[in-house]
Design a protein around this ligand. Structure first.
Ligand code: ADP
Ligand code: MG
Length: 565
């Protein structure tokens, strides 16, 4: 029976179509990504079914692929696959209806949303998939035959209210979706979607790692100048992250990294992991060898990309990596997300924040391991990214412990070498409770500070912190390994000064000698200091300025002033 039947779209589908057609999406290119992703799923399904269903053995699975065909005269672009195909009922169920729960409520919210961005993000929860073809097409024709079925079906719609459906003989197994491009639009020229370079560009961006070949007939100039038809595979298919770790060489990782990051150096570290269970994903992350020049500029982007089943979704995915790890490059490929998921939705997704937590732990763990096993490589990494990592001590209090383990800093112990906090603690003198530090602009200013004298006299080591960010974290982080971090420029540094009652005769004498001077100094300097005290801190300098325990240090004051605050 080949009579044409006309069916109505389900009401909600119609509403969704209307939204899609009146382009809630700013980026029309994604229609091709959606159609290729469906074709890829269909190929996956056929291969899987053919393993268990012996009746499918006649269906060829040797050359599973996706073919793109642009017809300039007809203004059509066709995406063809030799995958599982659809039966008539499948078509009505899958394409004619949106049988997903919560659709009605979602549509209501979309209608009420005030701007395109909100609508887009709402729809991202849902995924418009196949319907995105109507963003660029005023008619879509679909020919399909289910593997194992005798006849095929032709489906066609203008995306308004209805579609036609009709049986067709002699169709190959699989599906072809033909998009009839809308006639020349005033804003964008949709004929662009028929140009080889545009198609190549979209496939490269969104579908490069699709595991099936995406082929297109191209005109290639031969050496003698005549054009010869040829078939090109447009995608690389090399999704390294999807391969077992044991099968990938470091060479391949390095090449992939360079392509991804456009860096010319090998990465300092490669992290490849796979998570199974309720939320499956693969992650392939790299720590670069060298910091980009714009690591501390406002515009710097995060280096992690999100894929969903090998389809590129977005760059600079802030939901997957905190700001202080913005230098980490790589790919996360999640299996169960909508292709249209928006940044806003990702930020709120509990599973995604679980992934992020896990990735952060992996990265910090890798740095710790590097520090333990390859000190030289760690030192280089720290020199490049230490300043960014220290921001984590302010931003990411969940990982304070892990971050403190990898921090290193200059110290009075060795002018040539930095120290970790762990090493500092191991060198602490008997009876020393605190980890002492002093912040300043340069090593020299810190070393020559009068605050150093008493500690040097006692033989206590002092960390020399000269990054502006040091001020902030060292002040916030309470302790490392049970030892408080203590600025020697603030409050009372307790160096077993005699307690009130048991002051020495010498000290009492000194206080008497200066009894008149101190109040006079306090009044005279009142615009600049709160109080003038006698101190046992100094051994050679005559005086020094000390902050209150909770005051800003001078460097921090300067930093804030420089920022205009
Ligand atoms: P999703 O891919 O998220 O399920 P789509 O709107 O993209 O949503 O597609 C809806 C359904 O239509 C798919 O789940 C699939 O069952 C079916 N479908 C779409 N394209 C194809 C195709 N090329 N081959 C087989 N089935 C397809
Ligand atoms: Mg889809």
């Amino acid at each position: 029976d080949s009579s044409v039947e006309t069916l109505e779209f389900q009401a909600e589908t119609r509403q969704l179509l209307r939204l899609v057609i009146h382009s809630i999406y700013s980026n029309k290119d994604i229609f091709l990504r959606e159609l290729i992703s469906n074709a890829s799923d269909a190929l996956d399904k056929l291969r899987l079914e053919s393993l268990t269903d012996s009746s499918l053995t006649e269906v060829g699975t040797a050359d599973l692929h996706i073919a793109l065909e642009a017809d300039q005269d007809a203004r059509t672009l066709t995406v063809r696959d030799n995958g599982i195909g659809m039966s008539r009922d499948d078509l009505v169920d899958l394409i004619g209806t949106i049988a997903k729960s919560g659709t009605a409520g979602l549509m209501e919210k979309i209608k009420q949303s005030k701007d395109a961005a909100t609508a887009e993000s709402l729809i991202g929860q849902f995924g418009v998939g196949f319907y995105s073809a109507f963003m660029v097409g005023d008619k879509v024709t679909l020919l399909t035959r289910r593997a194992g079925a005798d006849t095929g079906t032709r489906w066609e719609s203008d995306g308004e209210g209805a579609y036609t459906i009709q049986s067709v003989d002699d169709l190959p197994v699989g599906t072809s979706v033909t998009v009839h491009l809308k006639s020349a639009d005033s804003e964008d020229d949709l004929a662009d979607y028929l140009s080889e370079s545009k198609i190549r560009q979209i496939v490269k961006r969104y579908s490069d790692f699709i595991r099936w070949p995406i082929r297109m007939a191209t005109e290639r100039s031969d050496t003698d100048g005549t054009a010869a038809p040829a078939v090109d595979t447009l995608n690389s298919m090399k999704a390294l992250w999807a391969r077992p770790r044991a099968e990938v060489t470091q060479e391949e990782y390095n090449e992939f990294y360079k392509q991804l990051s456009q860096d010319w150096l090998d990465p300092a570290e490669t992290i490849h992991m796979r998570a199974e269970g309720t939320f499956e994903y693969e992650a392939l992350l790299f720590l670069p060898s060298q910091a980009p020049f714009d690591l501390f500029s406002q515009e710097t982007k995060r280096g992690v990309q999100l894929y969903v089943k090998r389809v590129f979704i977005m760059d600079d995915c802030e939901a997957l990596m905190p700001n202080y790890l913005r230098f980490v490059k790589g790919v996360v490929d999640a299996h169960d997300l909508s292709l249209n998921i928006s940044r806003e939705i990702l930020q709120q997704d509990r599973q995604i924040s679980g992934v992020r937590r896990r990735l952060v732990k992996k990265v910090l763990g890798a740095i710790k391991t590097m520090q333990a096993n390859d000190g030289e490589r760690y030192t280089k990494l720290w020199a490049q990214f230490g300043r960014a990592l220290k921001e984590g001590l302010i931003e990411d209090t969940d990982n304070t412990e892990a971050l403190l383990e990898v921090v290193s800093a200059a110290s009075t112990n060795d002018p040539e070498k930095t120290t970790t906090l762990r090493e500092y603690v191991e060198r602490m003198k008997d009876g020393q409770e605190a980890i002492y530090y002093l912040t300043g602009e340069t090593r020299a200013t810190v070393e020559n500070s009068p605050h150093m004298e008493a500690l040097a006299a006692k033989g206590y080591e002092v960390l020399i912190l000269t990054d502006p960010v040091d001020e902030v974290w060292a002040d916030r982080v309470p302790a490392f390994d049970g030892h408080p971090l203590q600025s020697i420029a603030k409050g009372q540094v307790d160096l077993d000064e005699p307690a009130e009652g048991e002051r020495s005769a010498e000290q009492a004498q000194r206080e008497e000698d200066y009894a008149a001077l101190l109040p006079w100094l306090t009044t005279t300097l009142s615009e600049h200091v709160k109080q003038v005290r006698l101190s046992s801190r100094l051994t050679t300098s005559a005086a020094c300025i000390v902050g209150d325990a909770h005051d800003m240090t001078p460097t921090l004051e300067k930093m804030y002033r420089a920022m205009g605050q």
